[in-house]
Design a protein around this ligand. Structure first.
Ligand code: SAM
Length: 268
């Protein structure tokens, strides 16, 4: 099935944005990595790896005897990762929904599967979680990082145009078959598939005007044109959002708060 990344087209700006996003969320990502107890020589799948920034952190943990498989449907992202020819990083272009567990012989008896900001586009699909279970070795760990309670995203001072845009982002994700609240559902779905020792860590992030988190949010602002194209907001509403954003950026103590992120881990 052809997959379209709903947030924006696969341009170089998105590769840069994902790099910055990786940097801004480094501490939280490290918390998730630490939960996995990765050992040198481990073999890990990064599902929906994008351009592969998390793959690099994982590679540092497994060392030269380990292997990182980065699977993503985006030709652009997989090409970007491939052309770097990083030893022990193996890019795979595939749609996660196409049953990766029995299509790629390397994807078997893995020590870990990581998946960050991907189920938000898929929903808590039992068949995908079952595929993850199948590619793990007994005792292997699945580590998921996904937003939940998406509508908790907020700007201070309260800004109705901001709320309007993010209600539309929520709706866009739902229309595309995703689930912006999926992080709160992963633990139950994982348990139903057979994972055990499931643990959850909820995290929320805020940043004052012009902080790194604020800048990251600002980088996504021009993506919101697709909300107008989809008929979810009007151009006038988007223009008001841009005006309010600019004004808030000059207000001391203005801040943005992310949707909460759930780190969910489970063992096969
Ligand atoms: C927000 S990006 C996150 C990338 C990466 N996981 C990270 O944390 O930097 C979402 C990624 O999921 C990928 N993706 C979404 N749906 C997919 C699907 N059905 N199959 C494979 N990849 C998918 C997109 O191509 C994109 O690279």
């Amino acid at each position: 099935m052809a997959h379209k990344y709903v947030l924006r087209d696969m341009d170089d700006e998105e590769i840069k944005r994902l790099h910055f996003q990786h940097h801004v969320w480094q501490t939280e990502t490290q918390t998730a990595i630490d939960k996995a107890n990765i050992l040198p020589g481990d073999r890990i799948l990064d599902l929906g790896c994008g351009p592969g920034y998390l793959c690099m952190d994982l590679l540092n943990k497994v060392g030269p005897k380990g292997a990182i498989y980065g699977l993503d449907s985006s030709e652009k992202f997989i090409h970007f990762l491939d052309q770097q020819h990083i030893p022990n990083v193996h890019p795979i272009q595939a749609d996660i929904r196409d049953g990766f567990s029995n299509k790629h012989t390397d994807l078997a008896a893995l020590h870990h599967v990581f998946c960050r900001w991907v189920f938000i586009f898929l929903g808590a699909s039992d068949s995908v979680i079952k595929n993850i279970f199948d590619v793990l070795k007994p005792g292997g760990k699945f580590v998921s990082l996904e937003y939940f309670d998406f509508n908790k995203i907020a700007m201070s001072p309260p800004t109705p145009s901001f709320d309007r845009v993010f209600e539309a982002v929520y709706e866009l994700l739902i229309r595309a078959g995703g689930d912006p609240d999926v992080g709160g559902k992963m633990a139950d779905r994982m348990e139903a598939i057979g994972f055990r020792n499931i643990e959850t860590i909820p995290i929320q992030k805020s940043g004052t005007a012009n902080s790194p988190y604020w800048q990251l949010m600002e980088q996504t602002n021009h993506n919101h044109k697709n909300l107008v194209d989809s008929g979810l907001i009007t151009q006038k509403e988007l223009d008001l959002f841009y005006t309010d954003w600019k004004r808030n950026a000059s207000i001391e103590n203005a801040y943005v708060t992310s949707p909460p992120l759930m780190i969910t881990t489970g063992e096969k």
